[in-house]
Design a protein around this ligand. Structure first.
Ligand code: OMP
Length: 246
């Protein structure tokens, strides 16, 4: 069954008012490579030059401002398309955005795929009242949920979101994210190893595309990735080189 047949078979979800959007809903998604390049070259998403140093592990992490990807409506729509396909693959009933960076992307997935939408609070987020509901929007009780976040790294946030959703009776079937950072995480929570996770790109793919398209300096990028992937010792003389390059 191809995507068009799936969409037609799913007609119960499609209302009459949506027929004008059939071309958009069934359009061939832009190639993943093109999408990764568009993501990596969003102004300010990959911050050029200086690397951010993870003080706990002393690993260089080029900081990403994923929310910058939400500034262009066409890009936001195109980034949502793989999420829609993933939601359909998993038979999801509801799209749930993870506070805060996942919410705009989740909204785009819900709108593009015509799914009900909800969002889940980030535990400990400043400004929450104790009595606030943890999940707002469409009901998730007894329904198959696709969680959408802007990044998954150690899976700590995912663990917390999963607990909140489960306490509301949701069935969490997968996660869709812009950037999968598990490739550089020093440890990954069990849930982030077992739950189906689909991403637009891995962290290293974003950095590679940013370098290919002139956003990052190739020498700095090469050193930073080497340090990150090969876990340089504190005494490694190349830290001095990387400090200079950055
Ligand atoms: O606001 C955040 O929590 C956040 C800040 C940041 O600089 N980078 C970042 O990934 N996050 C969030 O941290 C979560 C992913 O990190 P892990 O919990 O380590 O998987 C996601 O919910 C991100 O939105």
């Amino acid at each position: 069954m191809n995507l068009n047949q799936k969409t037609l078979a799913n007609a119960k979800r499609t209302r009459v008012s949506d027929y004008a959007d059939v071309a958009r809903l069934t359009a061939v998604p832009p190639s993943q490579t093109d999408l990764v390049a568009r993501l990596a070259t969003v102004p300010g998403l990959v911050r050029p030059g200086i690397a951010h140093w993870d003080m706990k592990t002393r690993l260089p992490l080029q900081p990403l401002s994923n929310e910058n990807a939400y500034g262009d409506p066409q890009l936001l729509h195109d980034l949502a398309v793989p999420g829609v396909n993933f939601a359909r693959c998993l038979g999801a009933d509801v799209i749930v955005g993870a506070e805060t960076g996942g919410i705009p992307l989740a909204t785009a997935v819900a709108l593009t795929g015509q799914f009900p939408f909800a969002f889940v609070r980030k535990p400990g987020y400043v400004g929450h009242e104790d009595h606030e509901p943890r999940v707002r929007g469409a009901s998730v009780a007894g329904r198959r949920v696709l969680l959408v976040d802007d990044a998954v790294s150690s899976g700590t946030a995912l663990e917390a979101f999963a607990q909140e959703l489960q306490s509301e009776g949701a069935i969490l079937v997968g996660v869709f994210t812009l950037v999968d950072m598990r490739d550089v995480a020093t440890s990954v929570a069990p849930i982030a190893k077992t739950l189906p996770i689909e991403a637009v790109a891995s962290y290293l793919e974003v950095l590679a595309a940013a370098t290919e398209h002139g956003v990052l300096d190739p020498a700095t990028h090469q050193l930073a990735v080497d340090a990150l992937v090969n876990h340089w010792y504190d005494e490694d003389p190349r830290w001095a080189l990387l400090n200079q390059a950055a």
